[in-house]
Design a protein around this ligand. Structure first.
Ligand code: FAD
Ligand code: EPU
Length: 346
């Protein structure tokens, strides 16, 4: 384990924000993770867990220890007639693992192809796309519990997965994820219900074609971070109660909506932003993407402050038109390496 100092993290975050870490270490094993945590304790440093950097907002200086998770390995850990369990190191690339699983005829994750980031971050916000959430296919998550000071396996139920949420969001400094065990199917059960996916798949009802079509749809809408630095959807889709939905639907009959449990309705933040006039609009070097209004792009050399000014302007426009406050999805870190609540200027 080699601890470096004053490390520039720009290339490690997909929004391309300049951010210098006072201390930085890459860990490739559980043993190295323990060494890194011991170093932080010794030096009285907070720790920021960095994975693929595709869902975080970093300040210009981080006065703490950035621990970059690079634990690799893919292993079959159990098998029965219908399913396989695959244990994957937290540092494995998510999309590469999805492609690998399909090639091995392990099914379930095809709808989640092309999501950036690493396997270890996938349970954190319970990544989801095209009608599937990763929590549906997780058996256990292996963590180091910094409170109990030991490694343990959390079951999927213990992870409390929900829309863009899990126990890891509720306890942001407690757990470091070192591996995820997936429970995948030997016979595919294609999920084709989302949007235009069924039409895109056409007659070829194979998991390979489903994966290919998901990739094509994503490429047609979402900007590639290496060309247009971004963090995917910048806001969560708001979930409101049915009474509020009925009122809005009277005023805006075209409002896309997705009924949820408990008389709740999910709305499309991208549509709200689009209707509020922000699709393809920029404030300084930061704007909302012209093909997908929910994606905030750093078009030049923006810093965190520039990003915050733009997203607050978007929040304000949506709030004025629809009386809904959009909640940012990426995780915001403070200068002392801790996760912070987003502040709106409402
Ligand atoms: P990071 O950004 O490095 O970390 C995210 C958070 O998780 C941070 O708080 C970090 O501290 C914590 N964390 C990371 N690893 C660990 C670990 N091992 N242990 C403990 N905590 C950890 N998301 C979706 O859900 N669906 C999508 O369709 C989707 N599309 C996207 C498209 C684009 C173009 C981009 C840029 C992003 C998209 N995202 C999407 C968001 C993002 O890819 C996911 O949230 C992804 O899981 C983040 O992974 P990461 O490795 O980059 O995590
Ligand atoms: N829409 C517009 N204008 C836009 C964008 C979208 O009118 O500029 C409308 C679309 O026409 C559609 C609806 O909004 O009716 C939903 O759009 P889309 O299918 O593109 O999905 P989304 O709600 O914008 C969500 C996730 C994505 C995920 C896709 C596919 C959230 C916050 N976002 O986006 O996840 O890939 O569905 O399942 O839930 C991410 O979290 O980073 C992410 C990219």
């Amino acid at each position: 384990m080699e601890v470096q100092q004053q490390v520039q993290l720009q290339k490690f975050n997909t929004l391309n924000l300049k951010s210098v870490a006072k201390f930085y270490v890459k860990v490739v094993s559980e043993h190295e993770l323990l060494d890194a945590l011991a170093f932080a304790k010794d030096q009285h440093l907070n720790c920021l867990i960095l994975s693929g950097g595709s869902n975080m907002l970093l300040p210009e200086y981080i006065d703490g220890l950035v621990i970059h998770i690079a634990i690799l390995g893919i292993q079959k850990s159990a098998e029965n007639q219908d399913t396989v369990q695959i244990c994957v190191g937290a540092g494995e690339n998510w999309h590469e693992f999805v492609l690998h699983s399909t090639a091995q005829a392990w099914y379930g994750l095809q709808n989640l192809a092309l999501i950036p980031g690493k396997v270890g971050a996938s349970p954190v916000q319970n990544i989801g796309a095209y009608g599937v959430e990763v929590g549906d296919f997780i058996a256990t998550v292996r963590v180091y519990d910094r409170e109990d000071q030991r490694f343990k396996n959390l079951t999927a139920a213990e992870c409390q997965f929900a829309y863009r949420h899990s126990i890891f969001k509720d306890h942001p400094t407690r757990f470091v994820i070192v591996a995820v065990t997936f429970k995948l199917l030997k016979v595919a059960n294609l999920k084709l219900g989302y949007g235009d996916l069924r039409t895109a798949v056409g007659d070829d009802l194979s998991p390979e074609n489903l994966q290919r079509q998901v990739i094509l749809i994503r490429q047609s809408k979402l900007p590639n971070p290496s060309e247009f630095p971004n963090a995917g959807s910048f806001f969560k889709n708001p979930v409101i109660d049915d009474v509020q939905y009925q009122q809005l639907a009277q005023q805006f009959p075209q409002l896309p909506h997705y009924p949820q449990a408990n008389a709740q309705v999910k709305l499309a933040a991208g549509w709200l932003i689009d209707q509020a006039g922000w699709k393809g609009k920029q404030l300084g070097s930061v704007g909302m993407f012209a093909k997908q209004a929910l994606v905030l792009v750093n078009y030049a050399d923006a810093n965190l402050n520039d990003v915050q000014q733009t997203y607050r302007a978007v929040q304000q426009a949506v709030q004025q038109k629809f009386n809904i406050l959009l909640e940012p999805e990426p995780v915001l870190f403070s200068a002392n390496a801790l996760i912070q609540a987003h502040q709106s200027n409402q």
